[in-house]
Design a protein around this ligand. Structure first.
Ligand code: PLP
Length: 392
């Protein structure tokens, strides 16, 4: 007898294990490790949000189960945000669901909408939860390669008609982790048209929609496309926008039937987002234009300055890097035509710098490494100096 279900063996291997082990060894040996690995903001949650929590936590009404799809105040705030940011009207009662972080909703979605054996289209490279959630639901993963030559967008016309015929769900993620690419509205238009033709649901993961550097081109929502609500939902997260990864707050919006199915799964799995955390979400989304937020994620903010230091430094060292327009990552081509595991290991062994090998996000991530811009400018400059000394 084994106390482990067979389905766990179907999950892809966790390829960061080796880098994790080396990182821990280096730190234990007292080496000065500079860590661009995890996509977790290094700055604290802004004070106005923390203050709201300090009040909210004293309210006894918040101490009870927060059952359901989120309090109406939170859902109304999401609907207001969507009108102001994307020009899209949502019905807060049926088209908004609060999540325990967007990861939770993404992970549960296939269980809510995919029958065993049905196909789920998954971007490669991509956020691993799309695959994990699909496997747990008994769905069949079909990867959509993302390549630099097509702007890191899947070539939807390359997917065979018979694959579309068995497809129930397609995951998209723009702005994209790990490639940092943004999708134009024309791409979303093509995806929505295909979903309507072949009858599948699109789940567009917009966890990084608010971290962008070109204020003239804010990343769009797929729900801006006419008819998208018939075939699409979109995931949003407060984690990266407001330095709130530990608080666990996100939301899904869009197609009411798919959201009701997701809510049904959630009702059987969890008991809602802590009411006090929902209140902080109201405060945060209402304050998204405040200087303390813009100075961090905005066009002249902290991440942009770090990006510029890192990109300029890597280029000077002979690396080929596209400067990202959104997300807080830099996706760099491996020097010397080496594979990503070799490059990440060598950078850690010889420069005490942690980066993530692209192959950890899927086979098509091979040949690239990802840096998270969660290290301050001075240490980013120091890391670049160390990397520049390496011979490839
Ligand atoms: C592409 C993508 N989607 C979703 C998430 C999940 O974010 P959270 O669960 O904190 O909202 C992440 C986190 O790293 C991510 O990179």
């Amino acid at each position: 007898m084994t106390w482990r279900a067979n389905r766990l063996d179907d999950l892809p291997p966790y390829l960061f294990v080796e880098i994790d082990r080396k990182k821990r060894e280096a730190i234990a040996a007292g080496r000065d490790v500079i860590d661009f690995g995890v996509g977790d903001p290094d700055q604290p949650t802004p004070a106005f949000i923390v203050e709201r929590m300090a009040e909210a936590i004293r309210r006894p009404g918040n101490h009870r189960y927060a059952l359901g799809t989120g309090g109406i105040e939170f859902r109304n705030t999401v609907a207001d945000f969507f009108v102001h940011r994307f020009g899209v009207k949502l019905d807060p009662k049926t088209e908004v669901v609060a999540l325990l972080g967007s990861k939770e909703g993404i992970g549960h979605l296939p269980t809510a909408v995919v029958n065993p054996g049905e196909t789920v289209l998954i971007p490669d490279p991509g956020y691993p939860v799309y695959t994990g959630g699909t496997i747990f639901a008994g769905g069949k993963c079909h990867t959509m390669p993302l390549r630099e030559s097509s702007g890191w967008l899947p070539v939807l016309s390359d997917i065979p008609a018979e694959v579309y015929r068995s497809t129930k769900l397609m995951f998209l993620n723009y702005p994209n982790n790990p490639t940092t690419a943004c999708a134009p509205l024309s791409f979303f238009e093509e995806a929505v048209a295909l979903a309507r033709k072949h009858n599948f649901l699109i789940a567009q993961d917009a966890a990084y929609s608010e971290v962008f550097f070109d204020s003239d081109h804010p990343p769009p929502s797929i729900l801006q496309i006419e008819g998208a609500k018939g075939v699409a939902i979109e995931f949003h997260s407060l984690s990266k926008t407001f330095n709130m990864t530990g608080w666990r707050l996100g939301f899904a919006v869009g197609n009411a039937e798919a959201l009701a199915a997701l809510a049904k799964v959630k009702n059987n799995m969890d008991s809602g987002v802590f009411g006090a955390v929902q209140e902080t979400g109201v405060e945060a989304l209402g304050g998204i234009r405040r200087p303390e937020i813009i100075s961090h994620i905005g066009p002249d903010g902290t991440y942009r300055r770090r990006r510029d230091v890192l990109v300029a430094g890597l280029r000077q060292a002979g690396w080929s890097v596209t400067s990202p327009q959104a997300t807080f990552y830099v996706w760099a081509s491996c020097p010397g035509g080496l594979d990503s595991m070799t490059v990440a290991s060598r950078i850690l062994d010889k420069a005490d710098v942690v980066v993530i090998p692209g192959v950890g996000f899927g086979q098509c991530g091979e040949g690239y490494v990802r840096f998270a811009l969660t290290v301050d400018e001075a240490r980013t400059a120091k890391a670049v100096e160390r990397i520049a000394r390496l011979k490839w």
